[in-house]
Structure formats: structure tokens, C-alpha cells
Write a protein that binds this ligand. Structure first.
Ligand SMILES: Cc1cc2nc3c(=O)[nH]c(=O)nc-3n(C[C@H](O)[C@H](O)[C@H](O)COP(=O)(O)OP(=O)(O)OC[C@H]3O[C@@H](n4cnc5c(N)ncnc54)[C@H](O)[C@@H]3O)c2cc1C
Length: 322
């Protein structure tokens, strides 16, 4: 099945094409010719990327790259398969952070009790990413590497203030999500580099949540929101982060989060934050809906995730219902 997110569809429209009508004389559903090689370690993968030059691409689950190749939106000459690189597949609690190997599958994140307990937002998102077939192969590294504006884990990692570890021939660097994500399909990971790990900081007295509206089960988001709240011992919001998916907001909704800090969780402050998040969004009309509808979703979903995040952080009394 060809997967076409709204941006892909936009690219196709820009090229004067539509899905299934690319190429001369009928649909193009096979990739251009390419060579294939399997890496056995991070070092080996980096060496292969260097050896095969700028037209080499990493492949992990293949659930984003292969559809792009079938549509001829990507034409790598070499695929460097990292599925045998066992060192990239791990979930490690390390002091005050959870380290997630880049090759960790969506299904493994969803199956992990520890992930759900520490970061319920990850489970919220994983439950609504695609279907079990995609979740069994797709990886967190591939999701962040693809940087599709409708992709769910980028928002999750944004609000959790994750760090991304990027390996190159010269060594490793650790990049904050704010610097990692550079816009649609663009990240700080260069073509000859490898995402090796995602680090999520563990915080006490915090709660997190993700909500998405999709046209049918397993579809990409019409709109989605993610939120994190950190409470002081007496229940005041000490820190907050809000992110939106598929509605044209790059990074965090900073003003929306700022109105929460120093306040007690309440429907009133959540409504203010929802309104500001919607104002910060910049949706475009497409087959998933008009601009007004998406703005409305940004507002409503922000309120809902803040309610859940507050409840999960322990602030049950003031914010139930709504
Ligand atoms: C039918 C369908 C529905 C989907 N629905 C959703 C959805 O609702 N929400 C959602 O968020 N996603 C969705 N996806 C995407 C899915 O989550 C993919 O698994 C994910 O986006 C990419 O992960 P992957 O491992 O398959 O990456 P790949 O397709 O293998 O790679 C994607 C990109 O990342 C690069 N890359 C991969 N790993 C690394 C690495 N370690 N270091 C550097 N670069 C790397 C590749 O070179 C490529 O450019 C859907 C996919 C399909 C097929």
C-alpha cells in the first residue's frame, strides 16, 4: 500500500501529479534501481555511508522510505540496512533518563511497561500510530529521521524535551529536539550520520498525554496535540510543554505553555492555553479538512491533553470533566 501523508500529497500536487498517475503510461509503484547492503555495527554503517557517498540512505523499518521510493520521491542509489545492528535496539533506564535505541520498534515501545509508566504520552501516541503491521517494523529513529509534519513521535519527543544522539565518523554529538528538528523532512542528522539513541529525561511529579484526531483508525493525524505538566509539591504548575502535530507548528507552543506556569491546573487556564496553541498553529486546507476545523482541533486537543497530563501528575481534584 502506498502511504501518502498530506505533505507528500502536496508535493505531488506541486509536481502536477496525483498518486497512482506518476510516470509515463500508468502508475509507478516500483522504486528506481538501487544497491543494498547490510550493516553489522554502528561503525560499519557509518563506514558504508561514507564509502557509498551522498546517494546512500539508511533504511530501518522501511515504512516511510520505501513508499517514498515507490513514488520516486526518493531515489537512493544505495540502501544501508541497519536492522542487524543489535546495539541500536535497547531500552535502558540510566539515572534520570530513559535511553531508547534508534532501532527500537513502535511495538516494543508500546509493549514496555516502563515506557508507559514513565512516559504515558509515548503509549498514547503509539496506540494511534498506523496499525500493528507498521508498528512491528517501524522504528523511533526512522520516525524522527523522516520528520514528516504529520508524524506523531516528533511532537512527543518535542514536549518531553528529548535529546537525540547522532553518530558520525568523527564521534558522537547530543542534540536537543529543538535543534534536531529543522522543518518538514529536515533534521540535524546529516546524510552520512546515524541516529543512535533518543534520551528522555525522567521527571518526578510530572504527567504527559497525547491525543490525535484521525479520519479512520490507523490514519495519519488530521491534528494532534501533546502536553507535559510538571507540578510543585503544593500542586502549582512549575513547567509545561505543548506541541501540535500536522497543523503547521514547528517546535513548541511557547506562549501557550507560558500561561500555565505558576498557575494551579484548572479548566480556565487550560482554555487559555488551548486558545493560544490554536493561534500559534498554521494549518493548511487539504483532504483531511479545512483550516478552521484544524484550528478548532488544536484548541480542543490541547485542553484535553492538559487535563490528562494534570490528572496523571496527581492534580485530580481541580481538572476532572470539562
Ligand atoms: C500505512 C502507514 C501508516 C502510518 N501511519 C503513521 C501514523 O499514523 N503516525 C506516524 O507517526 N507514522 C505513521 N507511519 C510511519 C511509520 O511510523 C514509520 O515506521 C516511521 O515513520 C518510519 O520508521 P521506519 O523505521 O520505517 O523508517 P524508514 O522508512 O526506514 O526511514 C525513514 C527515514 O529515516 C531515515 N532513518 C531511519 N533510521 C535512521 C537512523 N537510525 N539514523 C538516521 N536516519 C535514519 C531513513 O534514511 C529515511 O530517510 C505510517 C506508515 C505506514 C506505512
Amino acid at each position: 500500500m502506498l502511504t501518502v501523508t498530506w505533505v507528500t500529497a502536496k508535493l505531488l500536487r506541486h509536481q502536477g501529479s496525483s498518486v497512482g498517475s506518476l510516470g509515463r503510461g500508468g502508475p509507478v509503484q516500483v522504486p528506481a534501481p538501487f544497491e543494498y547492503v547490510r550493516a553489522t555495527s554502528v561503525e560499519h554503517a557509518l563506514e558504508l555511508l561514507e564509502r557509498h557517498g551522498p546517494e546512500a540512505r539508511v533504511i530501518a523499518g522501511g515504512h516511510s522510505l520505501l513508499p517514498m521510493m515507490k513514488l520516486r520521491l526518493a531515489r537512493p542509489e544505495w540502501l544501508v540496512d541497519i536492522n542487524d545492528v543489535a546495539e541500536l535496539d535497547h531500552l535502558t533506564e540510566d539515572g534520570d533518563q530513559l535511553r531508547i535505541g534508534a532501532l527500537t520498534r513502535h511495538a516494543a515501545l508500546l509493549a514496555s511497561e516502563r515506557v508507559g509508566r514513565l512516559f504515558p504520552i509515548v503509549h498514547d501516541a503509539e496506540r494511534v500510530i498506523a496499525d500493528p503491521v507498521v508498528r512491528n517494523r517501524g522504528t523511533i529513529g526512522g520516525s524522527l529521521g523522516q520528520a514528516d509534519p504529520a508524524e506523531d513521535l516528533t511532537t512527543v519527543c518535542d514536549v518531553l524535551r528529548a535529546q537525540v544522539v547522532i553518530a558520525g565518523r568523527g564521534g558522537e554529538r547530543v542534540v536537543d529536539m529543538a535543534d534536531f528538528h529543522r522543518g518538514p523532512y529536515e533534521t540535524a542528522c546529516e546524510q552520512h550520520e546515524l541516529i543512535t539513541e533518543i534520551r528522555l529525561p525522567v521527571q518526578g511529579r510530572s504527567g504527559s498525554a497525547y491525543e490525535k484526531v484521525e479520519r479512520r483508525v490507523g490514519d495519519w493525524a488530521v491534528a494532534a496535540a501533546g502536553g507535559v505538566l510538571v507540578l510543585s509539591p503544593d500542586g502549582v504548575i512549575e513547567d509545561a510543554a505543548i506541541g501540535l502535530t500536522a497543523v503547521g507548528l514547528e517546535g513548541l507552543a511557547v506562549d501557550a505553555a507560558a500561561v500555565l506556569v505558576g498557575q494551579r491546573p484548572s479548566e480556565e487556564v487550560f482554555a487559555q492555553a488551548g486558545r493560544l496553541a490554536a493561534e500559534a498553529s498554521s494549518p493548511t486546507e487539504d483532504q483531511r479538512g479545512p483550516v478552521d476545523y484544524k484550528r478548532h482541533l488544536a484548541d480542543e486537543l490541547t485542553r484535553r491533553v492538559l487535563r490528562s497530563a494534570a490528572a496523571r501528575a496527581g492534580a485530580l481534584a481541580d481538572v476532572s470533566g470539562g
